[in-house]
Ligand binder design. Structure first.
Ligand code: 5AD
Ligand code: SF4
Length: 443
C-alpha cells in the first residue's frame, strides 16, 4: 500500500482454477468481512484486489501474470493493494515479488488462517508480506460467505499424499489433512436449515478421507451420513482417485437417493505403460474394474473423467489406447489437457517429450471422439423425463437452465421458475454438452 493510503476498505477476489479455490475464496471473503472490509462489486472499485490463483498448468500461471499486469498502474500509484493467493502463491512464493514487484502479499492456500495477521502487517505499511507455511488443519472459518445460495461447497479433506508424476498439487496444497466428520455434518445440517439445495463435498482425493475423530467414518460412511440429513436434496463429491475408489461408495449412492448419480473419476491415460510412468498406481484393467463397479449400480450413474495427452514417452499406440478407453467406458464428459511440465514434479526427469504440435493434434482427435460419444449418449435421452434443479434464467428469452442428478445441463422453456427448486423436464433435443427440454406441467 502506498505510504499515504489509509486502511483499505473494500476488497474484490478473482478466482482461477478448481472448486477448491472457489470455496477458498468464499472462506477468505468471510474472514475479510468479519474484519470489517467490505466486498466491492468489481476489481475496479476495490482498494484491495486478491487473485486466488491456480498452478495446475503453465497456462494457468500465465493467465494470472497477464491479469496482474493490468493492475500495475493503480498499484504503483498506491491506489490499490494487490495480493496473490492460492496455488501459484504457494508454488512460486517470493519469486512472484521479483516478477511483479507491485504485489504486496503472497499467501498460499495452506496459510489462510494467518491472513488476518498478514493484512495487519500490510496495514502497518509493510511491503511484500508472505504466508507460505502449511497449517496442520484444513482451513475452516465460521464466516464463510457462500456465493451460490443453492449449491454449497464443504471441504472434507485438504492436500494430497499421492505423487502423480505430472502434478503440482502435492506442492501447492501440501499433505493430506482430513476434517472431523462431526464438523462436516454440523456444517451440512446448518446449510440445509438455511435452505441449501445441493451440497458438494470437496477434496483433492475424497476417497482417502480419514476421519480424525473417534467416529472414524470412512468416506462412504460420511457420504451416506451427509445424504441422510433430513431435508437435504442433492449431494455431490469431487474428486475421486481411481485407486482408492470403492464399491462401498457405489452402494452408498445406490441406497441414498439424495446422493447424485455422477462420479468424476480421472483416468489420465488409457495406456497401462503411460499410467505407470505417471505413477498413477493402477492399470487400465484396474480402472475398468472400477468402472464396472459403477455400472453395476441399480441407478444409471454418469461418469466423467480427466485426460492428459502427450505425457513424456506417450507413443502413438499409447494414445490410441486412450481413444479405445473412451469407446469402452462411454464417458458422459471429459476434461482433456496437453501435458504441461510443472516445477518440482518427477515427470521433469522423464525423457520422450512429445512436441507441442503433436500434443495439439492428439488433443483435437481425442476431443472429437469424446464429442461424438457424448452426443450419442445425450441423444439417447431424448423423450425421457428428468427432475432438474433450476439454476438460472437466460437473460433474454423465457428460458431456464437446470441440472439433472447426472450433472447434465438442461435448457428449457418455461414462463417462470424459482431458482433452487426441482422441476420435471422432458428432453426434446440434445447436443454434446447439454440437453434441451420442456417443462412438464404438474397438476
Ligand atoms: N499438465 C496437464 N494437465 C494436468 N493436470 C494435472 N497436472 C497436469 C499437468 N502437469 C490435469 C489432470 C487433472 C486435472 C485437474 O488437470 O488431468 O486431473
Ligand atoms: Fe489449480 Fe490444483 Fe490448485 Fe485447484 S488445487 S487451484 S486445480 S493447482
Amino acid at each position: 500500500m502506498g505510504a499515504g493510503m489509509s486502511r483499505p476498505q473494500t476488497f474484490y477476489i478473482e478466482t482461477f482454477g478448481c472448486q477448491m479455490n472457489a470455496h477458498d475464496s468464499e472462506k477468505v471473503a468471510g474472514q475479510l468481512v468479519a474484519r470489517g472490509y467490505r466486498p466491492a462489486a468489481s476489481s475496479d472499485e476495490a482498494d484491495l484486489v486478491f487473485l486466488n490463483t491456480c498452478a495446475i498448468r503453465d497456462k494457468a500461471e500465465q493467465k494470472v501474470y497477464s491479469r496482474l499486469g493490468q493492475f500495475k498502474a493503480d498499484a504503483q500509484a498506491g491506489k490499490k493493494v494487490v495480493a496473490v493467493l492460492g496455488c501459484m502463491a504457494q508454488l512460486e512464493g517470493e519469486k512472484i515479488f521479483r516478477q511483479v514487484p507491485f504485489v504486496s502479499l503472497v499467501c498460499g492456500s495452506a496459510s489462510y488462517r494467518k491472513l488476518p495477521e498478514l493484512l495487519v502487517q500490510i496495514e502497518a505499511g509493510q511491503r511484500q508480506v508472505t504466508g507460505l507455511a502449511y497449517d496442520d488443519e484444513p482451513f475452516e472459518t465460521e464466516f464463510t460467505r457462500r456465493s451460490n445460495p443453492f449449491r454449497a461447497y464443504i471441504t472434507i479433506i485438504e492436500g494430497c499424499d499421492k505423487a502423480c508424476a505430472y502434478c503440482v498439487v502435492p506442492f501447492t496444497r501440501g499433505p493430506e489433512r482430513s476434517r472431523a466428520s462431526d464438523s462436516i455434518l454440523a456444517e451440512a445440517r446448518q446449510l440445509v436449515e438455511e435452505g441449501t439445495t445441493e451440497i458438494q463435498l470437496l477434496g483433492q482425493n475424497v476417497n482417502s478421507y480419514r476421519d480424525p475423530s473417534r467416529r472414524r467414518l470412512s468416506f462412504a460412511e460420511l457420504l451416506a451420513a451427509v445424504g441422510g440429513i433430513p431435508g437435504i436434496r442433492r449431494v455431490r463429491f469431487t474428486t475421486s482417485h481411481p485407486r482408492d475408489f470403492t464399491g462401498e461408495i457405489v452402494q452408498a449412492i445406490d441406497s441414498h437417493p439424495t446422493l447424485c448419480d455422477h462420479v468424476h473419476l480421472p483416468v489420465q491415460s488409457g495406456s497401462t505403460r503411460v499410467l505407470r510412468r505417471m505413477a498413477r498406481e493402477y492399470t487400465r484393467e484396474d480402472y475398468l474394474e472400477k468402472i464396472a463397479l459403477i455400472r453395476s449400480a441399480r441407478r444409471a450413474i454418469s461418469i466423467t473423467t480427466d485426460i492428459i495427452v502427450g505425457f513424456p514417452g506417450e507413443t502413438e499406440a499409447n494414445f490410441e489406447e486412450t481413444l479405445s478407453l473412451l469407446d469402452d467406458v462411454q464417458y458422459d464428459g471429459a476434461f482433456s489437457f496437453k501435458y504441461s511440465p510443472r516445477p518440482n514434479t518427477s515427470a521433469l526427469a522423464l525423457d520422450g517429450q512429445v512436441p507441442e504440435e503433436e500434443q495439439g493434434r492428439r488433443l483435437v482427435v481425442l476431443q472429437a471422439r469424446q464429442r461424438e460419444i457424448q452426443l450419442a449418449r445425450n441423444q439417447s435421452l431424448v423423450g425421457r423425463e428428468f427432475n432438474v434443479v433450476v439454476e438460472s434464467r437466460h437473460s433474454k428469452q423465457p428460458q431456464w437452465v437446470g441440472r439433472t442428478t447426472t450433472n447434465r445441463v438442461v435448457n428449457f422453456a418455461s414462463s417462470g421458475e424459482e431458482r433452487g427448486s426441482t422441476v420435471p423436464v422432458r428432453v426434446t433435443a440434445a447436443g454434446p454438452n447439454s440437453l434441451v427440454g420442456e417443462r412438464v406441467q404438474t397438476v
